[in-house]
Design a protein around this ligand. Structure first.
Ligand SMILES: [Zn+2]
Length: 236
């Protein structure tokens, strides 16, 4: 697919929000959204460079696989990335989205931009910055922590998004980029789970519930249950 302009990506992210009853400023609760969309989402520990993958089955059921070894903020970005593939990728090809995804193909670049735009809407970010910050493009670490926690995104993803929207000066970007965000979060009294791995073994969606219910009723064996789940696993 062709490389979409920033404006087109912003419009797609806005459309996705309005299609799903979300305002243009609010943070997205991705787990609720995935449940609502009934996208079977599985979180598993996978190899270190693996971020996620998605595929659409013939019956239009959608699946997402996310690496639970990644920090939660990173996982959220990967979900946004996979949502692009499921909803807007014109030629979806099953593929692994990894740390080199951004330099691979247009579809990967579009998916990364979409994730950034969807999770951190311009209006939402601007509403959280002070007049002074909007004017000087100098943002304090306490504000950055607050915004990152509200939108549940990684420190890096937030800084890149602010930079791409020209809401932060290059000097301030460089200064904040070098900060150890976990230490800063602790000093400011925040929970650090966003910066750590998690969700290991979590399954969202109908398929998992059904398979699990059958398993619990002993209608199917553990091997059969794992086989059902393995059907949607990529070749690791
Ligand atoms: Zn991808």
């Amino acid at each position: 697919m062709k490389l979409l302009s920033n404006g087109s990506i912003e419009n797609l992210a806005k459309k996705f929000r309005s299609d799903n009853g979300l305002s243009l400023t609010e943070p997205i609760n991705l787990k609720s959204l995935l449940r609502k969309l009934n996208i079977l989402t599985i979180f598993k520990p996978l190899s270190d460079t693996f971020y996620g993958m998605s595929l659409k089955a013939n019956d239009s059921k959608s699946f997402i696989l996310i690496n639970s070894k990644n920090a939660k903020g990173r996982q959220h970005f990967s979900i946004g990335h996979e949502l692009f593939h499921l909803f807007y990728d014109e030629e979806p090809v099953p593929h692994v989205c990894d740390e080199h995804a951004g330099v691979k193909s247009n579809s990967e670049k579009n998916a990364n931009k979409f994730a950034s735009s969807l999770l951190m809407p311009q209006e939402g970010l601007m509403a959280m910055l002070s007049q002074e910050e909007l004017k000087t493009k100098r943002i304090t670490i306490s504000r950055i922590l607050h915004i990152g926690q509200c939108f549940s995104v990684s420190h890096q993803a937030l800084l890149y998004r602010l930079k791409s929207l020209s809401l932060i000066s290059t000097y301030c970007f460089d200064e904040l980029f070098s900060i150890n965000i976990q230490e800063a979060a602790i000093q400011h009294g925040y929970d650090t789970s966003l910066y750590n791995s998690g969700n290991d073994g979590l399954i969202l969606g109908d398929f998992g519930t059904k398979a699990r219910a059958l398993f619990e009723m002993e209608k199917i064996s553990e091997g059969h249950y794992l086989e059902l789940l393995n059907k949607i696993r990529p070749n690791e």
